[in-house]
Design a protein around this ligand. Structure first.
Ligand SMILES: [Zn+2]
Length: 300
């Protein structure tokens, strides 16, 4: 079966090419997947913007209203890293709905990926760190609220700690948050996940994969998980501009295979989101993000 992929052209908010946030990675990722025959038209889904009611499950109502009205206070826009104009606002609503849709497809097909998402620094009260809405937290709470799932696991392997997800889900016992990240990286003030593993600068493939291999059985053994959200941030790569770890292409691919294989071999539905990745060479960056889809396709 082809891999279920969720995408929308509006994921690209059209930033200038020299912007610190490499917005053009979204269309380039889809182009990369199309060229490799991974974006089967019959398995491509397009989200509608997320209804405010979903967003308010995870975020303060006044912040949601501010984003939708493009009236986010400047102080918060500075923390996010860009102004929230109409395209950024729409993009945040689309990308969040994309993860909800991918999660539903994962429940039906076993595995699905959103070609965006992983905005894990957005906290309940506001966005931060290039993240406007926290798509994985919204999707977790939306699925729990509609009764489609009872236990949700979040495996966040972006190089940055998943502070926003931890903040939003800290009082939700049905969701378990796991973050493995670079110890000395953003955010300076981390918010404790249910399980955090902080790695030293320069951690390479072997130490990284060994650590992960030891943790995955503990995670899957805890409970019967109805779904796992996997944030496959590629900023762990040695050539990432913001990461401080030292994974190679081979290490990254082995990571995707380890995580996806672990949960799929146990029958746990998996929803993949792309997470962070920062490089001035955006085609190479898009190829790095494509590894999630290439590996996931082998389990579809
Ligand atoms: Zn990151």
């Amino acid at each position: 079966m082809p891999l279920q992929i969720v995408h929308h052209p509006g994921y690209d908010a059209g930033f200038a090419v020299n912007h610190r946030f490499p917005m053009s990675k979204y269309p380039l990722l889809m182009e990369h997947l199309r060229i490799r025959g991974l974006a089967a038209p019959q398995a491509l889904s397009k989200p509608e913007p997320a209804p405010a009611a979903w967003l308010k499950l995870a975020h303060a109502a006044d912040y949601v209203d501010q984003v939708i009205a493009c009236a986010v206070p400047e102080r918060i826009e500075r923390e996010i890293g860009f102004p929230v104009g109409p395209r950024v606002s729409l993009r945040a609503q689309l990308a969040t709905a994309g993860t909800v849709l991918a999660a539903r497809l994962a429940l039906r097909h076993g595995i699905a990926c959103n070609a965006a998402g992983g905005s894990h620094h957005a906290r309940r009260a506001q966005g931060a760190g290039f993240c406007t809405f926290n798509d994985v937290a919204v999707a977790s709470l939306a699925l729990l609220a509609e009764g489609g799932v009872e236990n949700v696991l979040i495996v966040d392997l972006d190089v940055h700690q998943g502070d926003g997800t931890a903040d939003i889900l800290k009082d939700e016992p049905r969701a378990f948050t796991f973050s493995m990240h670079g110890e000395r990286n953003y955010p300076a003030r981390k918010i404790a996940s249910d399980l955090d593993v902080a790695l030293p600068d320069g951690t390479g493939d072997d130490a990284y994969l060994e650590r992960l291999a030891a943790i995955l059985p503990d995670l899957s053994g805890q409970r019967h998980w109805d779904i796992v959200f996997y944030n496959a941030g590629v900023d762990v790569h040695a050539e990432d501009r913001l990461g401080r770890l030292a994974l190679t292409d081979g290490g990254l691919r082995a990571r995707e295979d380890m995580v996806i294989g672990h949960f799929r071999n146990r029958g746990v539905p998996l929803c993949g989101v792309i997470g962070g990745g920062y490089s001035t060479d955006v085609p190479i960056l898009a190829a790095r993000h494509a590894m999630l889809f290439e590996v996931a396709a082998g389990y579809a």
